[in-house]
Design a binder for this molecule. Structure first.
Ligand SMILES: C=CC1=C(C)c2cc3[nH]c(cc4nc(cc5[nH]c(cc1n2)c(C)c5CCC(=O)O)C(CCC(=O)O)=C4C)c(C)c3C=C
Ligand SMILES: [Fe+2]
Ligand SMILES: [Fe+2]
Length: 334
Protein backbone atom coordinates (compact mmCIF):
# COMPACT_ATOMS: atom_id res chain seq x y z
CA UNK A 1 0.00 0.00 0.00
CA UNK A 2 1.23 3.48 -0.78
CA UNK A 3 -1.66 5.40 0.65
CA UNK A 4 -1.64 7.62 3.75
CA UNK A 5 -4.37 7.13 6.36
CA UNK A 6 -5.59 10.24 8.17
CA UNK A 7 -7.27 9.76 11.55
CA UNK A 8 -9.39 12.70 12.68
CA UNK A 9 -10.32 12.46 16.36
CA UNK A 10 -12.97 14.42 18.20
CA UNK A 11 -14.12 14.15 21.80
CA UNK A 12 -17.23 12.01 21.50
CA UNK A 13 -20.86 12.19 22.40
CA UNK A 14 -23.47 9.73 23.73
CA UNK A 15 -24.96 7.18 21.29
CA UNK A 16 -28.40 8.65 22.02
CA UNK A 17 -29.82 11.17 24.52
CA UNK A 18 -31.24 8.39 26.73
CA UNK A 19 -30.20 8.44 30.41
CA UNK A 20 -28.50 5.05 29.93
CA UNK A 21 -26.39 6.16 26.97
CA UNK A 22 -25.52 9.48 28.63
CA UNK A 23 -24.52 7.62 31.82
CA UNK A 24 -22.30 5.26 29.87
CA UNK A 25 -20.67 8.19 27.97
CA UNK A 26 -20.04 10.25 31.11
CA UNK A 27 -18.67 7.20 32.90
CA UNK A 28 -16.11 6.45 30.15
CA UNK A 29 -15.21 10.15 29.80
CA UNK A 30 -14.87 11.07 33.47
CA UNK A 31 -13.08 7.85 34.48
CA UNK A 32 -10.24 8.89 32.16
CA UNK A 33 -7.29 9.76 34.45
CA UNK A 34 -6.32 12.61 32.12
CA UNK A 35 -9.78 14.16 32.64
CA UNK A 36 -10.33 13.64 36.37
CA UNK A 37 -6.67 13.55 37.37
CA UNK A 38 -6.91 12.43 40.98
CA UNK A 39 -5.84 9.10 42.59
CA UNK A 40 -7.60 5.98 41.26
CA UNK A 41 -9.80 5.21 44.28
CA UNK A 42 -10.85 8.83 44.78
CA UNK A 43 -11.71 9.11 41.06
CA UNK A 44 -13.76 5.89 41.07
CA UNK A 45 -15.73 7.05 44.13
CA UNK A 46 -16.21 10.64 42.96
CA UNK A 47 -17.13 9.77 39.37
CA UNK A 48 -19.13 6.55 39.81
CA UNK A 49 -20.90 7.34 43.10
CA UNK A 50 -21.40 11.09 42.87
CA UNK A 51 -20.85 12.86 39.52
CA UNK A 52 -22.28 10.32 37.05
CA UNK A 53 -25.43 9.29 39.02
CA UNK A 54 -26.39 12.94 39.65
CA UNK A 55 -25.27 14.36 36.31
CA UNK A 56 -26.55 11.71 33.89
CA UNK A 57 -30.31 12.47 34.22
CA UNK A 58 -29.70 16.24 34.04
CA UNK A 59 -27.30 15.95 31.09
CA UNK A 60 -29.72 13.59 29.30
CA UNK A 61 -32.41 16.31 29.41
CA UNK A 62 -29.98 18.76 27.82
CA UNK A 63 -28.87 16.22 25.21
CA UNK A 64 -32.56 15.72 24.30
CA UNK A 65 -32.79 19.46 23.51
CA UNK A 66 -29.59 19.28 21.48
CA UNK A 67 -30.42 16.13 19.48
CA UNK A 68 -31.54 16.56 15.87
CA UNK A 69 -32.88 14.13 13.28
CA UNK A 70 -29.26 13.78 12.12
CA UNK A 71 -28.18 12.87 15.67
CA UNK A 72 -25.65 14.70 17.85
CA UNK A 73 -24.21 17.84 16.18
CA UNK A 74 -20.65 17.05 17.34
CA UNK A 75 -20.75 13.75 15.48
CA UNK A 76 -22.46 14.87 12.29
CA UNK A 77 -20.34 18.02 11.87
CA UNK A 78 -17.21 15.91 12.44
CA UNK A 79 -18.44 13.39 9.83
CA UNK A 80 -19.10 16.23 7.39
CA UNK A 81 -15.56 17.56 7.93
CA UNK A 82 -14.22 14.04 7.32
CA UNK A 83 -16.12 13.71 4.00
CA UNK A 84 -15.00 17.15 2.79
CA UNK A 85 -11.39 16.49 3.77
CA UNK A 86 -11.51 13.19 1.87
CA UNK A 87 -12.80 14.99 -1.25
CA UNK A 88 -10.13 17.62 -0.91
CA UNK A 89 -7.23 15.20 -0.34
CA UNK A 90 -8.23 12.86 -3.15
CA UNK A 91 -6.99 9.39 -3.98
CA UNK A 92 -3.66 9.22 -2.19
CA UNK A 93 -5.35 9.50 1.21
CA UNK A 94 -8.07 7.71 3.19
CA UNK A 95 -9.68 9.85 5.88
CA UNK A 96 -11.19 8.18 8.97
CA UNK A 97 -13.01 9.67 11.96
CA UNK A 98 -12.92 8.36 15.53
CA UNK A 99 -14.24 9.65 18.81
CA UNK A 100 -12.18 9.49 22.01
CA UNK A 101 -15.27 8.42 23.95
CA UNK A 102 -18.05 6.20 22.60
CA UNK A 103 -18.46 5.77 18.85
CA UNK A 104 -16.92 5.37 16.34
CA UNK A 105 -14.28 4.26 18.85
CA UNK A 106 -10.53 4.67 18.37
CA UNK A 107 -9.85 0.88 18.70
CA UNK A 108 -12.50 0.01 16.05
CA UNK A 109 -11.37 2.66 13.58
CA UNK A 110 -7.70 1.83 14.07
CA UNK A 111 -8.44 -1.86 13.44
CA UNK A 112 -9.98 -0.89 10.08
CA UNK A 113 -6.92 1.25 9.38
CA UNK A 114 -4.47 -1.53 10.37
CA UNK A 115 -6.02 -3.84 7.79
CA UNK A 116 -5.47 -1.22 5.07
CA UNK A 117 -1.68 -1.44 5.62
CA UNK A 118 -1.06 2.27 5.17
CA UNK A 119 2.46 3.41 4.46
CA UNK A 120 1.89 6.33 6.79
CA UNK A 121 -0.76 7.40 9.35
CA UNK A 122 -1.48 10.99 10.36
CA UNK A 123 -3.20 11.39 13.75
CA UNK A 124 -5.06 14.68 13.74
CA UNK A 125 -7.09 15.54 16.87
CA UNK A 126 -9.71 18.21 16.17
CA UNK A 127 -8.52 20.33 19.13
CA UNK A 128 -6.44 23.36 18.07
CA UNK A 129 -5.12 24.01 21.61
CA UNK A 130 -3.31 21.14 23.39
CA UNK A 131 -4.81 19.95 26.69
CA UNK A 132 -3.89 16.68 28.34
CA UNK A 133 -7.63 16.06 28.88
CA UNK A 134 -8.44 16.29 25.14
CA UNK A 135 -5.47 15.94 22.74
CA UNK A 136 -3.26 14.14 25.26
CA UNK A 137 -5.94 11.58 26.00
CA UNK A 138 -6.72 10.97 22.31
CA UNK A 139 -3.04 10.44 21.50
CA UNK A 140 -2.54 8.16 24.51
CA UNK A 141 -5.44 5.98 23.33
CA UNK A 142 -4.01 5.77 19.79
CA UNK A 143 -0.62 4.76 21.25
CA UNK A 144 -2.22 2.17 23.55
CA UNK A 145 -3.88 0.49 20.57
CA UNK A 146 -1.00 0.81 18.11
CA UNK A 147 1.67 -0.49 20.46
CA UNK A 148 0.36 -4.05 19.90
CA UNK A 149 0.54 -3.82 16.09
CA UNK A 150 3.22 -5.94 14.46
CA UNK A 151 3.78 -3.34 11.73
CA UNK A 152 3.76 0.22 13.02
CA UNK A 153 3.87 2.46 9.94
CA UNK A 154 5.38 5.88 9.66
CA UNK A 155 3.39 8.00 12.09
CA UNK A 156 2.73 11.71 12.31
CA UNK A 157 0.97 13.07 15.39
CA UNK A 158 -0.31 16.62 15.43
CA UNK A 159 -0.43 17.95 18.98
CA UNK A 160 -1.72 21.45 18.39
CA UNK A 161 -2.23 24.14 15.76
CA UNK A 162 -3.82 27.10 17.59
CA UNK A 163 -1.75 29.53 15.47
CA UNK A 164 -2.28 27.89 12.07
CA UNK A 165 -3.20 30.79 9.73
CA UNK A 166 -6.04 28.80 8.13
CA UNK A 167 -7.60 27.88 11.50
CA UNK A 168 -7.45 31.55 12.49
CA UNK A 169 -8.80 32.68 9.09
CA UNK A 170 -11.68 30.19 9.28
CA UNK A 171 -12.86 31.68 12.60
CA UNK A 172 -12.26 35.21 11.30
CA UNK A 173 -14.46 34.44 8.29
CA UNK A 174 -17.17 33.04 10.60
CA UNK A 175 -16.88 36.17 12.78
CA UNK A 176 -17.12 38.59 9.86
CA UNK A 177 -20.73 37.51 9.35
CA UNK A 178 -21.38 39.69 12.42
CA UNK A 179 -20.23 43.28 12.58
CA UNK A 180 -18.56 43.52 15.99
CA UNK A 181 -19.20 47.28 16.01
CA UNK A 182 -22.88 46.42 16.52
CA UNK A 183 -22.07 44.57 19.78
CA UNK A 184 -21.25 46.08 23.17
CA UNK A 185 -18.62 43.45 23.94
CA UNK A 186 -16.98 40.35 22.46
CA UNK A 187 -16.25 37.24 24.56
CA UNK A 188 -13.79 34.53 23.53
CA UNK A 189 -15.08 31.62 25.62
CA UNK A 190 -12.89 28.49 25.77
CA UNK A 191 -13.71 25.15 27.38
CA UNK A 192 -12.40 25.30 30.95
CA UNK A 193 -9.81 23.10 32.68
CA UNK A 194 -8.83 22.54 36.31
CA UNK A 195 -5.98 24.96 37.18
CA UNK A 196 -3.87 22.03 38.40
CA UNK A 197 -3.94 20.55 34.88
CA UNK A 198 -2.21 23.58 33.37
CA UNK A 199 0.21 23.70 36.32
CA UNK A 200 1.35 20.17 35.43
CA UNK A 201 2.66 21.41 32.06
CA UNK A 202 5.62 23.05 33.80
CA UNK A 203 8.83 21.42 35.02
CA UNK A 204 9.35 24.32 37.37
CA UNK A 205 6.78 26.58 39.00
CA UNK A 206 3.09 27.01 38.29
CA UNK A 207 1.12 28.50 35.43
CA UNK A 208 0.73 31.69 37.48
CA UNK A 209 4.55 32.10 37.49
CA UNK A 210 4.46 32.50 33.70
CA UNK A 211 2.99 35.35 31.75
CA UNK A 212 0.47 33.09 29.98
CA UNK A 213 -2.05 35.85 29.38
CA UNK A 214 0.44 37.81 27.28
CA UNK A 215 3.11 35.67 25.62
CA UNK A 216 4.04 32.25 24.31
CA UNK A 217 7.47 30.99 25.37
CA UNK A 218 9.34 27.68 25.20
CA UNK A 219 8.02 26.90 28.71
CA UNK A 220 4.33 27.61 28.18
CA UNK A 221 3.77 26.59 24.55
CA UNK A 222 1.75 23.54 25.69
CA UNK A 223 -0.10 25.45 28.41
CA UNK A 224 -3.76 25.48 27.37
CA UNK A 225 -4.35 28.83 29.06
CA UNK A 226 -1.41 30.40 27.19
CA UNK A 227 -2.53 29.04 23.81
CA UNK A 228 -6.15 30.18 24.40
CA UNK A 229 -4.89 33.71 25.03
CA UNK A 230 -2.54 33.50 22.01
CA UNK A 231 -5.42 32.29 19.79
CA UNK A 232 -7.49 35.24 20.97
CA UNK A 233 -4.73 37.76 20.20
CA UNK A 234 -4.49 36.41 16.64
CA UNK A 235 -8.27 36.48 16.13
CA UNK A 236 -8.75 39.92 17.66
CA UNK A 237 -5.92 41.39 15.55
CA UNK A 238 -7.42 40.05 12.31
CA UNK A 239 -10.92 41.14 13.27
CA UNK A 240 -9.69 44.58 14.42
CA UNK A 241 -11.25 44.19 17.86
CA UNK A 242 -9.45 46.49 20.32
CA UNK A 243 -8.24 44.94 23.60
CA UNK A 244 -10.71 46.87 25.76
CA UNK A 245 -13.61 45.49 23.75
CA UNK A 246 -13.06 41.78 24.44
CA UNK A 247 -12.63 39.32 27.31
CA UNK A 248 -11.12 35.83 27.35
CA UNK A 249 -13.05 33.44 29.60
CA UNK A 250 -13.52 29.74 30.34
CA UNK A 251 -16.79 27.80 30.36
CA UNK A 252 -18.20 24.45 31.57
CA UNK A 253 -16.45 24.33 34.94
CA UNK A 254 -17.03 21.46 37.36
CA UNK A 255 -15.75 23.37 40.42
CA UNK A 256 -14.25 26.68 41.55
CA UNK A 257 -10.63 25.66 40.97
CA UNK A 258 -10.94 25.85 37.17
CA UNK A 259 -9.40 28.48 34.89
CA UNK A 260 -10.86 31.94 35.46
CA UNK A 261 -12.64 34.16 34.61
CA UNK A 262 -15.71 31.95 34.22
CA UNK A 263 -17.72 32.72 31.08
CA UNK A 264 -21.12 32.70 32.82
CA UNK A 265 -19.85 35.28 35.34
CA UNK A 266 -18.45 37.48 32.55
CA UNK A 267 -21.83 37.34 30.77
CA UNK A 268 -23.62 38.24 34.05
CA UNK A 269 -21.25 41.14 34.66
CA UNK A 270 -21.76 42.47 31.13
CA UNK A 271 -25.53 42.48 31.77
CA UNK A 272 -25.09 44.26 35.10
CA UNK A 273 -22.97 46.94 33.40
CA UNK A 274 -25.89 47.75 31.10
CA UNK A 275 -24.62 46.06 27.94
CA UNK A 276 -27.31 44.90 25.54
CA UNK A 277 -25.58 42.84 22.84
CA UNK A 278 -22.77 40.29 23.19
CA UNK A 279 -20.88 38.43 20.47
CA UNK A 280 -19.35 35.13 21.65
CA UNK A 281 -16.67 33.08 19.89
CA UNK A 282 -15.83 29.61 21.20
CA UNK A 283 -12.54 28.81 19.45
CA UNK A 284 -11.59 25.63 21.37
CA UNK A 285 -14.41 23.82 19.58
CA UNK A 286 -14.14 23.07 15.89
CA UNK A 287 -17.65 21.61 15.66
CA UNK A 288 -20.81 22.93 17.25
CA UNK A 289 -21.83 20.78 20.20
CA UNK A 290 -23.60 20.83 23.54
CA UNK A 291 -21.14 23.38 24.92
CA UNK A 292 -21.75 25.91 22.14
CA UNK A 293 -25.37 25.38 21.09
CA UNK A 294 -26.87 24.88 24.55
CA UNK A 295 -24.42 26.38 27.04
CA UNK A 296 -23.68 29.56 25.11
CA UNK A 297 -26.68 29.76 22.78
CA UNK A 298 -29.36 29.03 25.40
CA UNK A 299 -27.96 29.21 28.94
CA UNK A 300 -25.82 32.36 28.54
CA UNK A 301 -28.66 34.02 26.62
CA UNK A 302 -30.90 33.35 29.64
CA UNK A 303 -28.31 34.63 32.14
CA UNK A 304 -27.72 37.78 30.07
CA UNK A 305 -31.43 38.42 29.76
CA UNK A 306 -31.96 37.98 33.53
CA UNK A 307 -29.31 40.66 34.13
CA UNK A 308 -30.70 43.27 31.75
CA UNK A 309 -29.05 42.21 28.49
CA UNK A 310 -30.86 41.48 25.25
CA UNK A 311 -28.93 39.37 22.75
CA UNK A 312 -26.15 36.81 23.03
CA UNK A 313 -24.93 35.99 19.51
CA UNK A 314 -22.91 32.80 19.20
CA UNK A 315 -20.47 32.72 16.27
CA UNK A 316 -20.99 29.36 14.55
CA UNK A 317 -18.17 26.86 14.95
CA UNK A 318 -15.96 25.81 12.04
CA UNK A 319 -18.05 22.73 11.21
CA UNK A 320 -17.86 22.38 7.39
CA UNK A 321 -16.21 25.76 6.66
CA UNK A 322 -13.99 25.47 3.54
CA UNK A 323 -11.07 27.30 5.17
CA UNK A 324 -11.21 24.86 8.11
CA UNK A 325 -11.12 21.95 5.65
CA UNK A 326 -8.13 23.64 3.97
CA UNK A 327 -6.46 23.86 7.39
CA UNK A 328 -7.00 20.13 8.04
CA UNK A 329 -5.64 19.38 4.57
CA UNK A 330 -2.52 21.44 5.17
CA UNK A 331 -1.94 19.72 8.53
CA UNK A 332 -2.38 16.29 6.94
CA UNK A 333 -0.07 16.78 3.96
CA UNK A 334 2.56 19.08 5.39
C1 LIG B 1 -11.50 21.66 24.06
C2 LIG B 1 -11.76 20.43 24.25
C3 LIG B 1 -12.19 19.91 25.55
C4 LIG B 1 -11.51 19.86 26.75
C5 LIG B 1 -10.12 20.34 27.05
C6 LIG B 1 -12.41 19.28 27.72
C7 LIG B 1 -12.11 19.08 29.06
C8 LIG B 1 -13.01 18.61 30.01
N1 LIG B 1 -14.37 18.38 29.86
C9 LIG B 1 -14.90 17.94 31.05
C10 LIG B 1 -16.26 17.59 31.30
C11 LIG B 1 -17.29 17.58 30.34
N2 LIG B 1 -17.21 18.03 29.05
C12 LIG B 1 -18.38 17.74 28.39
C13 LIG B 1 -18.68 17.99 27.07
C14 LIG B 1 -17.76 18.36 26.09
N3 LIG B 1 -16.42 18.65 26.26
C15 LIG B 1 -15.83 18.91 25.05
C16 LIG B 1 -14.49 19.25 24.80
C17 LIG B 1 -13.50 19.35 25.78
N4 LIG B 1 -13.58 18.97 27.09
C18 LIG B 1 -16.87 18.80 24.05
C19 LIG B 1 -16.66 18.97 22.57
C20 LIG B 1 -18.05 18.47 24.70
C21 LIG B 1 -19.43 18.31 24.05
C22 LIG B 1 -19.80 16.90 23.71
C23 LIG B 1 -21.12 16.78 23.00
O1 LIG B 1 -21.70 15.68 23.06
O2 LIG B 1 -21.64 17.72 22.36
C24 LIG B 1 -19.26 17.08 29.31
C25 LIG B 1 -20.62 16.45 28.95
C26 LIG B 1 -21.75 17.35 28.96
C27 LIG B 1 -22.25 17.62 30.34
O3 LIG B 1 -22.70 16.71 31.03
O4 LIG B 1 -22.15 18.80 30.74
C28 LIG B 1 -18.60 16.97 30.53
C29 LIG B 1 -19.09 16.34 31.81
C30 LIG B 1 -13.84 17.85 31.98
C31 LIG B 1 -14.00 17.36 33.41
C32 LIG B 1 -12.66 18.28 31.34
C33 LIG B 1 -11.28 18.41 31.84
C34 LIG B 1 -10.83 18.19 32.99
FE1 LIG C 1 -15.49 18.85 28.15
FE1 LIG D 1 0.40 28.65 31.79
Amino acid sequence: MTKTGVLLINLGTPDSPSVGHVRSYLSQFLNDPRVIDIPWLSRKMLVNLIIVPFRAPKSAKVYKELWTDKGSPLLYYSEQAKELLQQSLGEGYDVHLAMRYKNPSIPDVLETMRKKQYKKIVVLPMFPQYASASTGSAIEEVMRVMKSWWVIPELKIISQYYDHPLYIDAFVERGKKYNHHEYDHVIFSYHGLPERQVDKVYNEGLCSDHDCEHEITAENEYCYKATCYATTRLLAAKLNIPQEKYTVSFQSRLDQKWLKPFSDEVVRECGRKGMKKLLIFSPAFTADCLETIIEIGDEYQEIFHEHGGEKVQLVESLNEHPTWIACLKDLAVR
